[in-house]
Write a protein that binds this ligand. Structure first.
Ligand code: ZN
Length: 97
């Protein structure tokens, strides 16, 4: 059965620390925005989504847990969904097979 999404591991571009696992839908190759709802792991992100109301202040920057490099900042998509706007060049992504 064909999957509707691809699974990527996102790592810090600076220290290579694992940050999260993302399910990417759609055909585009780049990762410009991460939808919080599509972050598969760690689970703290889906908890974040549940606990956040509408305040942007309730969503922290997406940071490397090790070197604290900020690789994404929270924003709302046009469809009013929470996303991290990714800072290009500051992270690595790897397609999982
Ligand atoms: Zn790092």
């Amino acid at each position: 059965m064909a999957q509707k999404y691809k699974t990527y591991d996102i790592r810090c571009g600076k220290c290579s620390e694992y940050i999260l696992t993302y399910h990417k839908y759609g055909a585009g190759k780049g990762i410009l925005r991460l939808y919080l709802a599509n972050i598969a792991a760690p689970k703290s992100f889906s908890e974040l989504l549940k606990s956040s109301n509408s305040s942007i202040k309730s969503i922290p920057n997406l940071q490397c847990p090790k070197c604290e490099e900020v690789i994404g900042v929270p924003a709302k998509s046009k469809g009013q969904k929470w996303v991290f706007r990714m800072r290009q060049g500051l992270f690595h992504r790897k397609l999982k097979k």
